[in-house]
Design a protein around this ligand. Sequence first.
Ligand code: HSE
Length: 376
Amino acid sequence: MGEPAGARPKVGLIGWRGMVGAVLIERMRAEGDFALIEPEFFSTTQAGRPAPDVGSGHGTLGNGYDLEALARCDILVSCQGGDYTGKMHPQLRAAGWDGHWIDAASALRMNDAAVIVLDPVNRHVIDAGLAAGCRDWIGGNCTVSLMLMAFGGLFRAGLVEWMTTMTYQAASGAGAQQMRELLAQMGVLHASARGLLDDPASAILDIDRRARAAFDDAMPTAAIGQPLAGSLLPWVDRDLGNGYSREEWKAGAEGNKILGLSGDPVPIDGLCVRVGAMRCHSQAVTIKLRRPATLTALEQVMAGLHPWLRIIPNEVEATLACLTPAAVTGTLDIAVGRIRHLAMGEDYLTAFTVGDQLLWGAAEPLRRMLRILIGR
Ligand code: HSE
């Protein structure tokens, strides 16, 4: 990056107060990343106020719209969102800034000049990008990243002819307000039937009638738009007008780009569903294998991809203890279980996976890309 050997790169952080940004800072603290960089915190609303202390005292928040201050950074990491990216990234590049831009937003993801980063799966694509002078490193869609963290080994081994993925996506993917509202909705449901719940002799259909009435009248829905507690929403993200939600389109488009297969894509398709989990996305997949394979061999291929993969035995106790959002939340584990052949033949595999949407689904690939860039 041009700095003298031993100098710490100057890294500007924008959008560190939001949910993904806060998880990123938490992870950077935990991994000692701040000791390796010269951090500068920017804000689009609070410039001049004290910046967080990440080990070397309080600095001052820079102005997130100050092009010159931003351009003094070797690396910028943005979790500020797509509007900010759309506004500032072109201006910085037009002004000749040739630093590295690491971004959680989707705005630049499908640009030819950008690499979608998920290094345990696509370090080869990242290295090729580095060699070619790439400067834009974008985090993938959470659902796609988590799917590839689970099954990337099968793709790498050339075993996947096609794949369907049916998702069970947590409220966190929609945003912080939606997480809060989900809990509020749960509270309303409980409150609607509390008196009857306290009475062991009450009739279940009376309890259900109360809950049903709460769906119609009492639930807060300003953020989510519909009752999610006690229900589910089989549509995630925008309507593309061709039967697909944008989230469903991303599976094939982003998935193949991450894998470096856009020229000869593997069909990856399915339905995306929001459920009342807090921050873990789950997915049930069907994989058509290019050739029949034993479960032991397939599990070995999956588990060999990276150290965070946890194969959960296809047994009731292990599944219910380890293959749930409640078990995985807040960890870097990628749990994969319910692994078995389907009745269609030994070249059909089904499996279920759970991963934390804010960790491997969002913050962790960005943090690791920063480490790759600073060479540590
Ligand atoms: N679009 C995803 C979701 C989140 O709504 O769950 C982030 O990629």
